[in-house]
Ligand binder design. Sequence first.
Ligand SMILES: [Zn+2]
Length: 369
Amino acid sequence: MLLAIALMGSVLMPTAKADGKHDFYFEASRGDAFYKFFYSTGLSGKLLKKLMRSDERAQRLNHIYPGDKFKIALDDNHNFKKIVFAPLNANPMLISYSKQEFRFVVVNIQPTQDITHSTITINKSLNYDAKRAGIEAEVIKLMVDNFSWEIDFSRDLRKGDNFVLAWDGEKTPCAMIYVGDRKTIALFAYKNLAGQKKYYTSEGKTLNDSFSFPPLKKYTRISSSYKKSRYHPTLKVWRSHLGTDFAAPKGTPVYASAKGVIKHLATLTGYGNVVYLKHGTEYLTVYAHLAGFKKGLRTGDKISKGQAIGFVGSTGQSTGPHLHYEVRINGVHKDAEKVKLSKQSFIPSSAIASFKERSNHVLSELGIK
Ligand SMILES: [Zn+2]
């Protein structure tokens, strides 16, 4: 590596430094040549020749200018994986290498003053279109985890909707903005004192909700807690009880414990009248044995926290009026009385003014209102 560092003499960035994933970051200054960066990562001249001959777009790498940025990524065996080339005044280019073949993708990003941005236009699905735009899987997951508290990805997205990601040099965006036909949802990164980065609306709130417990205002008692195994009086068998039962008079209103989307509204043999609410990507709550549903509710409806969804009853396999309530995280049943659930976060009041200023700056640079 000593030789490589000597070759890097003219590079603006202090050093080309590899992190655990072997990513090397460079910024070109006057008189720099791409091959110097390439060799400094330990890659061979033979591979560089092959890269230059693989596609005419590779010629762009022979003409780099001060301010152009690169990331060269190697895998654990120090083999070449990809180059992200971000020229100061043109669309970035992603060059990946697998099965001895180079693949070139020009990413739709336009440079702005101090931030860059990528636009994903929905054609098929977020996952498909974001991948095509060269967005990394980790970032796509971040988008889905955040926006799914407000957007039902299977129903709400329309062809032509845009997601704009703004970047300020970190691996994850400094802002993520959904621009749809009917609404815009803008989220901005903020790091707390522990250095954790989360995304907040311009009001300084995360999109995820906090859950309330219990999901009804009045009940007589918890008649049966969550248990891995219990005797079922109707079926006369031992079985687990994967929910919490609230004994309450028939007709007592039942409320959504957090904002979400109705995933199912059904009448089932065991659960009777039941509502399944999905909250973000991970959480599901279930409300069973209802006497009836709140009028007008349908699968796919957005529900706010505390909204009435039905009334206590004894439908399905039930011995008397009660609400059977379940919490599931990534499909796994949890004890609603004990489990720690998602909590909404807020920007501390001491930081809110500068956060809002920064958010407005990002929006105006992107030309989004
Ligand atoms: Zn139950």
